[in-house]
Design a protein around this ligand. Structure first.
Ligand SMILES: Cc1cc2nc3c(=O)[nH]c(=O)nc-3n(C[C@H](O)[C@H](O)[C@H](O)COP(=O)(O)OP(=O)(O)OC[C@H]3O[C@@H](n4cnc5c(N)ncnc54)[C@H](O)[C@@H]3O)c2cc1C
Length: 611
């Protein structure tokens, strides 16, 4: 009898090799998997317009002049100061970037939203950033996207100006990563005028400060539904502030709903539509978190370097030691990877939306495009949060004992960064998304992955694409080789598990990491390819890209071999092909020299130098 995997297998064998037009994939999610190094354009900081730069510099100025001087005060719970700053951010228009103009916002593009977050990060305070981001992202977006006219008029102008603060309450004691397992109930009263909400939500950012809350409950025990609860709804109360490891200046509380009376007109979207509403906002939160953590990764470099330049041991500056130079080079590479993936993602969504008319269907199309970029959003979240984690950890190490002492500044960063790998979907859940969506896009042929898999069975993986610029040829070969390895490994996994691959976490996680590696190599390569070869930026960025390609390639190959050995297809013809092709791939990069050169440039520039 045929099982599901066999049916998929037969479909695989029947695929024809069509000629691909890569322009068809511009603005589409996961295009990096299939678009070769010599085709397609990606968005990067080099493509910022004057307007982009203006708004970024005004957010930066606010961060430096208003937030930085009161940084320490914002690391403790300080409602008055937080609200003063929150409202000033509103007056500057930064809370309304994603809100249409008719409701008090400016409806600018996704790149701008990321730039504003990065700009505000120059205040170097994670607590206020979390407060602002939770409000303007997950709390506001569901109303922008799913609210009806009355709801938008009532809530959005106040949320754009900062008069009202919002929160988003999804997590429950028994429903964290498994959010849909929520038990909060909603029952229509006899008069059919109000829903009565009963249950609790935990760990809610802005919990005790919010005037309005987007939350979720099951209507009649089953239909998962979103509600807007505001101060006028009786029966809503907040618990004590949680004592947290970090971001201590932000509010995090439990919300209790006891027969909380919510007017029927406050149902957000339709009854039963809560799942989509809950998840769609999170995709945006993920790439925005990527922007915030990329910014933190960059500033950690300068903080650590300033210290290293001052500190002497063994009669010389500690910055002269090779082991510290290597750490600084790694920090630059990580920050650059995070930056590159965030702006590619936001720019790709913007590219798609540029051609969409602003009619009543606009937000439906926008959500589809954002969900289509789920893989990139999860990569941005993972890579940003892991870059910040490692950069801060390296920073503590560079400072030595001082890294452990509060007054030097890294101790608070160390505590604050930890949350980024937990909220907005844990990094494990985001890896599940990357693996699962890659499988889905392949099976549903949203991308020509199957077609390409067939090509990589029959053609050589080495020197597939020729670059005019010979300096880029080696990295180009490695990126294209990596693309074949990702496709070939996916093929082996589908042959073994069919669609059940999405449940095989021991192999799904390393496969997701392969996709992450490919995205960084491919996007980074294209960013450099688009630069003027005579510019200083090209010279400096090429060093970092070459190092990224080398390091991510080693990681990718190891994951691939681990997977193939584990699923016992080590004797398969494709495994033989991987080994044969690897023998033909020439890699002459000297990673130690590359990192030395990166550290040298950093020491000259004295801060992250690739913005
Ligand atoms: C400071 C802070 C602020 C927060 N703000 C908000 C907010 O504003 N609104 C809100 O709704 N929530 C908020 N949260 C909650 C946060 O989103 C959750 O904590 C997070 O989603 C994880 O859920 P959990 O804590 O129940 O952990 P669990 O889901 O119990 O996870 C525990 C571990 O199991 C792993 N795991 C779970 N499922 C799987 C799986 N299928 N496969 C592999 N591994 C898995 C996780 O990755 C994790 O390592 C906040 C939390 C904190 C700490």
């Amino acid at each position: 009898m045929k099982n599901r995997s066999n049916v998929i297998l037969e479909e695989y064998d029947n695929i024809k090799e069509d000629k691909l037009n890569y322009d068809d994939y511009v603005g589409k999610g996961a295009a990096f998997i299939v678009t070769p190094t010599n085709a397609g354009q990606i968005f990067s900081r080099e493509n910022l317009s004057e307007d982009h730069e203006l708004i970024e510099s005004s957010a930066k100025e606010f961060g430096v002049k208003r937030i930085l001087p009161v940084n320490e005060e914002l690391n403790k719970l300080n409602k008055d100061l937080t609200f003063d700053i929150f409202r000033e951010v509103g007056e500057l228009g930064f809370l309304g970037i994603d809100i249409p103009e008719e409701y008090g916002g400016s409806m600018l593009d996704k790149v701008t939203a990321c730039l504003v977050i990065e700009g505000l990060c120059s205040g170097k305070n994670a607590s206020i950033n979390v407060t602002i981001s939770a409000h303007s992202g997950i709390a506001t977006l569901p109303i922008v996207w799913y609210g009806n006219e009355d709801q938008k008029k009532k809530y959005l102008p106040k949320m754009a100006s900062g008069e009202w603060m919002g929160c988003y309450a999804l997590t429950e004691p028994n429903a964290g990563s498994d959010a849909m397992a929520g038990e909060m109930s909603a029952r229509l009263n006899d008069e059919k005028t109000h829903y009565l909400l009963n249950g609790q939500k935990i760990y809610i950012t802005n919990g005790s400060w919010s005037d309005v809350c987007v939350t979720f409950a099951k209507v009649d025990g089953g239909k998962y539904t979103a509600f807007i609860v505001d101060k006028d709804c009786p029966g809503w109360s907040t618990g004590e502030e949680e004592h947290k490891m970090g971001i201590k200046g932000s509010s995090t509380t439990t919300l209790y709903f006891e027969d909380c009376k919510v007017p029927v007109e406050n149902v957000l979207g339709k009854v039963g539509q809560g799942g989509a509403i809950a998840f769609n906002g999170l995709y945006v939160g993920r790439y925005k978190l990527g922007a915030a953590t990329a910014a933190g990764s960059k500033s950690a470099i300068k903080e650590a370097l300033d210290f290293a330049n001052d500190r002497e041991q063994f009669n010389r500056s500690i910055s002269k030691f090779g082991m510290l130079q290597k750490k600084f080079a790694d920090m630059v590479i990580r920050a650059w990877e995070a930056d590159t993936i965030v702006y590619m993602t936001a720019g790709s969504i913007d590219k798609f939306l540029n051609n969409v008319p602003h009619d009543e269907k606009y937000f439906d199309v926008l959500q589809k495009s954002i969900e289509d970029h789920a893989i990139e959003a999860s990569i941005a979240k993972i890579i940003g949060s892991e870059a910040l984690w490692k950069n801060v950890d390296d920073g503590v190490q560079i400072l030595g004992g001082a890294g452990y002492i509060e007054e030097y500044g890294f101790a608070v960063l160390y505590r604050d960064e930890r949350i980024n790998r937990i909220f907005e979907g844990t990094n494990e859940v985001n890896r599940l998304i990357i693996g699962g969506y890659t499988l889905k896009k392949s099976i549903l042929e949203e991308l020509p992955i199957r077609n390409m898999i067939n090509q990589c069975k029959t053609t050589s993986w080495v020197n597939r694409v020729e670059m005019d610029n010979v300096e880029l040829q080696e990295s180009c070969n490695i990126v294209e080789f990596s693309r074949s390895v990702v496709l070939f490994t996916l093929d082996e996994l589908i042959l073994k598990y069919g669609q059940d691959f999405k449940n095989e976490q021991w192999v799904l996680e390393p496969f997701a990491d392969m996709v992450i590696c490919l995205s960084l190599m491919d996007t980074g390569f294209k960013r450099v390819r688009q630069l003027d070869v005579n510019s200083e930026k090209y010279k400096n960025m090429k060093l970092v890209m070459d190092a990224c390609v080398y390091l991510r390639f080693s990681e990718l190959i190891n994951h691939s071999k681990d997977i193939i050995r584990n699923i016992d297809r080590s004797g398969s013809p494709l495994m033989q092909k991987l080994n044969n092709e690897l023998n033909d791939l020439v890699i002459e990069k000297d990673i130690i020299s590359l990192k030395q050169e990166i550290a040298n440039v950093l020491y000259n520039k004295k801060e992250y130098f690739l913005d």
